[in-house]
Every structure is written in structure tokens, then in C-alpha cells.
Design a protein around this ligand. Structure first.
Ligand SMILES: O=P(O)(O)OC[C@H]1O[C@H](O[C@H]2O[C@H](CO)[C@@H](O)[C@H](O)[C@H]2O)[C@H](O)[C@@H](O)[C@@H]1O
Length: 285
């Protein structure tokens, strides 16, 4: 049996890094000054073939609702439109989630449970241009059968999960779509078998940093699973170097290596995240 040389409770999985253990200890010492920020797809929701069908993993909403009243804030930071995350997550009107904040479109949109409204940055004209060009563009570059376009309002995403060889389809489209995005003043956001063309200027790191400063938090936990979460990881690393303790959690240890290798704590996907959040709520009770 291992020893616990610090004050972390045995009910919680133990971060593997000193910085992660410091971050978790700070959160537990003063939960009322902690922000817990969570990605949606792959972290709170299991990955499925059809994004419309993605739902919060069983127990996720209950775990967040138990935790949220005991910390400064819980925020969901997602590439989804904020309204889609609210709907698919089932986050509206839940006791305990009265102060939940959802930062959608990587921070370009914000939904507050307090008002039930979405605030958004102005639309980028490049998105409409790409939307019009994309079907013909995919035909011309010979996209794999099964590749499809997700309409996201402020962005468009090209999915390859349903192609015969999803990874080959993803790799074949990556450079062409980066070029198309650049021609219209957009950036390419690669994810798990998805290539999103979206406006520049904001990412999950910017969104998280601004939110931590807004709330005056003195510690932060961020959990994510995908490449789009790496800016948030970098933001926590920067906050740590500025004296704000933080914990980095990876949901699923094998899918996206870059996320796993930078995390302080590896959890086995959304079921593991739900178990962790439930235990965390118990530990700060
Ligand atoms: O920031 P997130 O909450 O992780 O959202 C990022 C992207 O998630 C969605 O795509 C991913 O989940 C789908 C449903 O499980 C899956 O089919 C897809 O392969 C994944 O990449 C969403 O569809 C994208 O728009 C988001 O950008």
C-alpha cells in the first residue's frame, strides 16, 4: 500500500505530478475560491458517431450539481455552440447549477444559467464564405466517402469519423482545409476526427484565463481530452507559474497523446470523470 505524504484524501485519485498535487490540495483547502472548468465532448459526454446524439454521461449533471455550490464556479468550456452544450448536456434548470457558465465556440459565446441567455461575439464573414465553398471544395479534393459537414453557426466542421478509414481521411483533408480556412481569415481547429474552420482570436486558454481572473479564483482545475483543450492546459501552466495552483486532468489516456502527457491526472474517459467529480464533491462537502 502506498503512503499519502500530503493531505490529499484517499477517496480521490492522486495526481502524478507535484504541481498537480499542489493544485488539488489548494482546491480542497479553499474550495470557495476554486474554478472547476470542464470540456464537454470526450470529457463529460462519451464520443459517438453523430454529434447530435452526444449526451452528458449518466451521473455527470448530478456530480456537477453537487460540486458547483461548493466551489467558486463550475464552467463548461467547449467547441460546441453554447446553446447546443446546454441542450445536449441537460444543464438548464437543474438545482445546484444556478450559477453554471458555459463558454461555447472556444469562448466566443457565453451562456449563464443565471440569465438563461447567450452572449456572443460578432459573426465572422469568412464563415459564410467557407460554408458556401465547402461542399464543392470537398468534391474537388476527393474527400473520402463518409466525410460530412457539421453546421455550427459561427463555424463549420468537417467530420471523418464515419469514413472507411477515418484517420486517413482526416490526414488527407488537414492541409487543404487549413489553406481554405486561411484564405477566408479563419483558423483550422483539429480535433478527434474533426477539422473545424472557425474565427481566430479566442481559444479555450484565453477563455479560461479570463474566467479565472473574472472570478478571482485562487486555484483552478481543468479537464479535457482533445487538441482544442491544449490552450487551456497552457493557460493552467501559465497560471501556475504566476502563483495560482492548478490541476490538469486528461479524460481518456490513449486517444490524444499530447493531452495525456501534459496532464497531472489521467482518468478513464467520461465515466472516470464522473466518478472523480462525484468524489471531489464529497471531499469538499
Ligand atoms: O470542445 P469539445 O466539447 O470537446 O467539442 C469539440 C468537438 O466536439 C464534437 O466532436 C467530437 O464529438 C463528436 C460526438 O461524440 C464526435 O462524433 C467527433 O468525432 C468528435 O470530434 C463536435 O461535433 C465538434 O463540433 C466540436 O468541435
Amino acid at each position: 500500500m502506498g503512503t499519502q505524504p500530503d493531505s490529499l484524501p484517499p477517496s480521490l485519485p492522486r495526481p502524478t505530478t507535484p504541481a498537480g498535487r499542489d493544485g488539488l490540495a489548494a482546491l480542497l483547502a479553499r474550495p470557495g475560491k476554486a474554478v472547476v472548468a470542464l470540456d464537454f465532448d470526450g470529457t463529460l459526454a462519451d464520443i459517438v458517431d453523430d454529434p447530435e446524439q452526444a449526451r452528458a454521461h449518466p451521473g455527470a449533471v448530478e456530480a456537477i450539481a453537487a460540486l458547483a455550490p461548493r466551489v467558486a464556479s463550475v464552467a463548461v468550456i467547449t467547441g460546441r455552440p453554447a446553446g447546443v452544450a446546454v441542450r445536449n448536456g441537460g444543464f438548464a434548470g437543474v438545482p445546484g447549477l444556478e450559477r453554471l457558465v458555459i463558454l461555447g465556440h472556444y469562448g466566443a459565446e457565453r451562456w449563464d444559467a443565471l440569465t438563461g441567455t447567450v452572449q456572443a461575439a460578432p459573426a465572422h464573414p469568412g464563415v459564410a464564405a467557407v460554408r458556401a465553398e465547402l461542399p464543392g471544395f470537398l468534391d474537388r479534393v476527393g474527400a473520402w466517402r463518409g466525410t460530412w459537414i457539421e453546421e455550427k453557426g459561427r463555424a463549420v466542421a468537417v467530420h471523418t469519423r464515419r469514413a472507411e478509414d477515418p484517420q486517413a481521411a482526416f490526414e488527407a483533408l488537414r492541409d487543404p482545409l487549413a489553406g481554405l480556412a486561411a484564405r477566408h481569415g479563419l483558423v483550422l481547429e483539429p480535433g478527434r476526427l474533426v477539422l473545424e474552420l472557425r474565427p481566430p482570436g479566442v481559444d479555450k486558454g484565453v477563455a479560461l484565463t479570463e474566467y479565472v481572473h473574472e472570478t478571482g479564483a485562487e486555484s483552478v482545475l481543468y479537464a479535457g481530452d482533445d487538441l482544442g483543450d491544449l490552450p487551456a492546459f497552457a493557460a493552467v501552466e501559465k497560471l501556475r507559474s504566476d502563483g495560482v495552483p492548478g490541476v490538469l486532468v486528461c479524460s481518456g489516456s490513449t486517444e490524444v497523446r499530447e493531452v495525456a502527457t501534459r496532464a497531472d491526472l489521467l482518468l478513464p474517459g467520461p465515466p472516470g470523470v464522473v466518478a472523480f467529480l462525484t468524489a471531489l464533491a464529497g471531499a469538499v462537502a
